[in-house]
Design a protein around this ligand. Structure first.
Ligand SMILES: [Zn+2]
Length: 438
């Protein structure tokens, strides 16, 4: 039956041009297309080729006469025979195999009588078919290192359970992170030593540099990532060096900022950072930092780039935590517009080309489509930052008894992983690891 079907279709395609003029092919074709929509494509392709050929032939056509006519007929017949064989071969193949494959897929994907609850009925079967699972080493715990005093401990009012910590307490938290088998910690500096250019960011005795050195001395197995940005160190709270514009406004000087970031990254590397993490969103900083690291014998030190960092309202509580609120203006000139997705792919691609080893999407929950796109379009590890606002929303709702903290926390983390992130920065890291251990 299928062979007959294929031969008829081949003939229609072959004679397509002639028959279509008599409006015969259209209804006949639609019968076949109804059976398998893919044939429409094949039909269109072959008809398109016929037309192209015809145009070319018509372009330099000459009416043959006499002996030339016989030769013309012979040549034309030969050409048509070759076309017939190739078209019918292709169509037969499509009829026999493509429709077969499509029917098979339809049967598998849309079973009319399926009971999908069968694989959800008991915990053992649910475990057996589970596609994603969280592990403690998926998490990186953000820590706010303060230079106030070694014993300093100050709870951030908008982030219950999260503290600014002096060196002794940073070491204590690092030990807990190691015991919980977390993927690592990331250090953010909190200091009053601020100026216009954020120069304390590359002070070798700065709080990040001191903390990194001490942690690596005591717990060499713990991965220590360090945040590279200027907003924690500038008096105005912006991520870069501010330049006044002629019309009285201001802008961040991209290239001068990059120079400062390079010095900061190098001082982190010298202090023992295991993962340089630039979060500033200046152009060209990944390439500049990579070059500087390579020139200074840190060619094996990886960079995690905050590549797709959006200008988000979810950062509110963090700015209190890191003391990095801008005193004027906002960060929309360098952080990304939440409306854009293609732009994120461009920035990620650029950062990979410049030398990023891991790319990050920030925030996580409202940007899971970006995490998934990044995972699908690039083969580099993707990190996602479950930011302060995401953490605080869950905490606030749980405190009010509106949500169950434990289940929502685990669900939010699992869904970030399912979206494609293999690394999750989260303030829940220790709590989640504890639950996973049970
Ligand atoms: Zn910043």
């Amino acid at each position: 039956m299928k062979i007959v079907f294929g031969v008829i279709l081949s003939a229609i395609i072959w004679f397509g041009d002639d028959i279509r003029k008599n409006n015969f092919a259209r209804p006949a074709f639609s019968v076949f297309v109804e059976r398998d929509p893919r044939l429409l494509m094949i039909g269109a392709q072959t008809a398109g080729k016929e037309k192209q050929g015809k145009k070319r032939r018509n372009g330099n056509s000459r009416k043959p006469t006499g002996g030339g006519l016989l030769f013309h007929l012979y040549k034309n017949t030969k050409k048509r025979a070759i076309r017939f064989l190739s078209h019918s071969g292709m169509t037969l193949f499509a009829t026999l195999f493509t429709t077969e494959e499509m029917n098979y897929q339809n049967e598998i994907n849309i079973p009319s009588d399926s009971r999908t609850r069968r694989t959800r009925m008991t915990e053992p079967i649910r475990l057996l078919v589970r596609e994603n699972e969280l592990r403690p080493h998926d998490f990186i715990l953000p820590l706010f290192a303060s230079d106030k005093s070694a014993a300093y401990r100050h709870e951030i009012s908008s982030m219950p359970g999260v503290y600014q910590l002096g060196l002794d307490n940073i070491l204590r938290e690092s030990e807990r992170a190691l015991e919980a088998k977390l993927g690592g910690i990331i250090l953010f500096g909190v200091t009053d030593d601020k100026d216009e250019t954020g120069s304390s960011a590359h002070n070798e005795f700065g709080i990040i540099q001191q903390s990194s050195r001490e942690i690596k001395k005591r717990f060499p197995e713990l991965l220590v990532a360090t945040d590279v940005c200027l907003c924690e160190y500038t008096s105005h709270g912006h991520c870069g060096i501010i330049k006044e514009k002629e019309n009285g406004g201001f802008e961040i000087d991209n290239d001068e900022t990059v120079e400062q970031l390079v010095s900061e990254a190098l001082s982190h590397a010298e202090a023992g950072s295991d993962l340089i993490s630039p979060s500033d969103m200046m152009d060209g900083r990944i390439g500049a930092i990579r070059d500087a690291l390579d020139e200074n014998c840190f060619e094996n030190l990886p960079i995690m780039s905050y590549a797709a960092k959006y200008a988000s309202g979810f950062y509110g509580p963090f700015r209190e935590a890191a003391g990095s609120s801008p005193s004027f203006g906002d960060r929309r000139s360098h952080q990304m517009d939440p409306a854009n997705s293609d732009e994120a792919m461009r920035v990620i691609e650029r950062d990979i080309r410049e030398g990023a080893d891991i790319i990050m999407v920030k925030p996580a929950m409202s940007y899971l489509d970006i995490v998934r796109r990044a995972k699908d379009e690039f083969t580099i590890p993707v990190a996602a930052y479950q930011v302060s606002g995401e953490f605080s929303m869950i905490k606030a709702a749980a405190t009010n008894g509106w949500l169950d903290e434990e289940s929502v926390m685990m669900e939010s983390l699992l869904c970030i992983k399912r979206a494609g992130a293999s690394i999750i920065l989260t303030y829940f890291a220790l709590d989640a690891a504890k639950i996973l251990k049970q």
